[in-house]
Design a protein around this ligand. Structure first.
Ligand code: SF4
Length: 197
């Protein structure tokens, strides 16, 4: 029999094939076989393309949620919470869930940017150059501003010329080292952490 409208028979057959009611009436379970359609059969697991998975700690805040990073080659394709973690039990907040997005963002900065005093533009420098520069300026400022005794003779051995503001992702051990090196060795007084803000 000739179809009245081209394709209408095909659409009707597809509708009957994907409509679960006839299959449920025929005895298929609504929770399994009868729930399948052409579209759902074509769906693939979102991690099927990953060829490796690693564990990391979310770098965003001091909660320290555990993450599973799925990658294909060197490309991170998905991030989700690690269900084995007693900290986050498989969950992630929106920031942690967005990790793959900012890892792969074309706007992500991967090089040190330096703007010289009185300059109106940024220059790219190597990480080694930046570390040497920071060490040089820290030592110079510390030497220029170090105070051994106050005018009344009180021994202080400190500098008020440098301050440290740590990130919230610094853990106990890193903060311990910062306190020992910056405070104990260099004499810095103003040592603060973003986690307290
Ligand atoms: S997932 Fe959210 S709460 Fe957990 S460490 Fe990352 S930013 Fe913090």
């Amino acid at each position: 029999m000739k179809e009245i409208r081209p394709g209408i028979g095909k659409r009707a057959r597809g509708f009957l094939r994907d409509w679960s009611l006839p299959r449920q009436l025929a005895g298929q379970s609504s929770a399994s076989d009868a729930a399948r359609s052409t579209q759902s059969e074509a769906l693939r697991p979102r991690l099927e393309q990953a060829d490796k998975v690693g564990t990391v700690i979310c770098p965003y805040c001091a909660v320290g949620c555990s993450q599973l990073l799925y990658a294909r080659g060197n490309q991170v394709i998905h991030v989700e919470g690690d269900p084995r973690s007693p900290v986050n039990a498989g969950t992630l907040c929106p920031k942690g869930s967005a990790t793959a997005g900012w890892l792969n963002s074309p706007l992500r900065e991967t090089k040190v940017k330096y703007r010289a005093p009185h300059s109106d533009h940024w220059e790219e420098r190597s990480l080694d150059w930046a570390m040497d520069r920071i060490a040089y300026l820290t030592k110079r400022t510390r030497d220029e501003t170090f105070v051994e005794k106050l005018p009344d003779g009180t021994t202080v051995n400190h500098t008020l010329g440098i301050a440290s503001l740590g990130g919230a992702t610094l853990d106990n051990e890193e903060n311990y080292i910062i306190k020992k090196v910056f405070g104990g060795a260099l004499g810095m007084v103003w040592i603060e952490n973003q986690a307290r803000i």
